[in-house]
Design a protein around this ligand. Structure first.
Ligand code: FA5
Length: 342
């Protein structure tokens, strides 16, 4: 074997075991590069006679071509094998059964909030939101509940610092909205949202629950407007035949204040276990906005009057669907949540 055969033999031996692009690039450099083995063969030319040179030169070129073609062919074969392996790994068996995608649905509390929003937007109200972390000033003081007022005990609160708390009701959004318009324009809003109280959790109380606040401030707003609005809401939620009843009550921010009962949707007022044999079910608190509240938000009570109401959303849902424990809304038991999927 001459030097050509030895070189060829060694090249093919390495080519056979080269599996990566890197190995192939190195092999190419070692044999066909500037300082590669084949290039070095050329250096012998200067020691050859005139007649030997062309033949030698042709042999070197032929060798160069052969090695280069072998390299390319090997590279292509490697790429093909790699692609085939990748395709095999990514193969999908379309005949296998698919994974079932669990479809979500609206939470029942959201559905109730939306249906009440729809009703009031239809009556020309705006939907407003406010922060859940609220100042003592907006949650209490500007609602006619100065510090140390005994009625603050009606809403046991989570304080963050002496002037900041988790809002105990949605009523501070009333204050924020009235101040926004500077006591100069009528206001007609509803405000849904989460509220927080230090109540012990039981079947009818939760430390976090939802309320929807309603507020109308305008020239000549009366108790009759409040009653008509609440009747419409009760009929939308509990059926067109419902009637409502107002009972005197007390809230520091309304005067007069009322508790509102709806005639029992189950027994139509005759008396049953749902209405505790009274024929009526309590659904919300309401009243005419207190003069002090109007004044503190920049209104002149001689020019403007207002009415306001606050509904507990969970209690409405419990009544409407006969749910006995408020905690069902928050424990995310799929069997419970699915009952309301429409
Ligand atoms: C208020 O929060 C007043 N801001 C409502 C209001 C607004 C009156 C405007 C007048 C004018 P009250 O504390 O009664 O009122 O709460 C309103 C409703 O929230 C209750 O009727 C009840 O449905 C619900 N609620 C109160 N505490 C809880 C609780 N711990 N868990 C679930 N729901 C509750």
């Amino acid at each position: 074997m001459d030097a050509f055969d030895t070189l060829k033999h060694a090249f093919h031996a390495r080519l056979k075991t080269s599996q990566t692009d890197q190995e192939l690039a190195q092999l190419k450099a070692d044999y066909l590069g500037k300082k590669g083995e084949v290039t070095q063969l050329m250096q012998v030319m200067k020691d050859l006679s005139e007649s030997e040179r062309p033949v030698y030169g042709q042999r070197v070129n032929a060798l160069k071509k052969e090695l280069s073609e072998a390299l390319n062919a090997h590279k292509k074969a490697l790429e093909k094998a790699l692609l085939e392996a990748q395709l095999a790994a990514e193969k999908i068996d379309v005949t296998l059964p698919g994974d079932r995608v669990q479809l979500g649905a609206r939470h029942i509390l959201s559905s109730i909030v939306e249906s009440i929003e729809d009703l009031f937007v239809g009556l020309g109200y705006q939907v407003k939101e406010g922060p859940e972390i609220e100042s003592d000033e907006f949650n209490f003081e500007k609602l006619n509940l100065p510090k140390h007022h005994p009625a603050r005990d009606m809403q046991d609160s989570f304080y963050i610092d002496p002037n900041t708390l988790l809002r105990t009701h949605t009523s501070p959004v009333q204050v924020r909205t009235m101040l926004e318009v500077g006591g100069q324009k009528p206001v007609k809003i509803i405000c849904p949202g989460k509220v927080y109280r230090r109540d012990d959790d039981d079947a009818t109380h939760s430390h976090q629950f939802m309320q929807i606040e309603g507020l109308v401030v305008d020239h000549h707003t009366s108790m009759a407007d409040l009653k008509g609005t609440l009747l419409k809401m009760a009929q939308t939620m509990f059926g067109a035949d419902r009637t409502i009843r107002l009972r005197p009550s007390y809230f520091p921010f309304t005067e007069p204040s009322v508790e509102v009962d709806v005639s029992c949707y189950n027994c139509d007022g005759a008396g049953c276990s749902i209405c505790k044999h009274t024929g009526y079910i309590e659904i919300l608190g309401a009243g005419m906005v207190h003069d002090n509240v109007l004044k503190m938000s920049g209104y002149d009570p001689k020019e403007y009057q207002g009415f306001a109401f606050g509904i507990g959303v969970e209690r409405i849902a419990m009544l409407k669907y006969g749910i006995e424990d408020i905690r069902h809304f928050y424990t995310n038991d799929m069997r419970f949540l699915r009952m309301f999927n429409q």
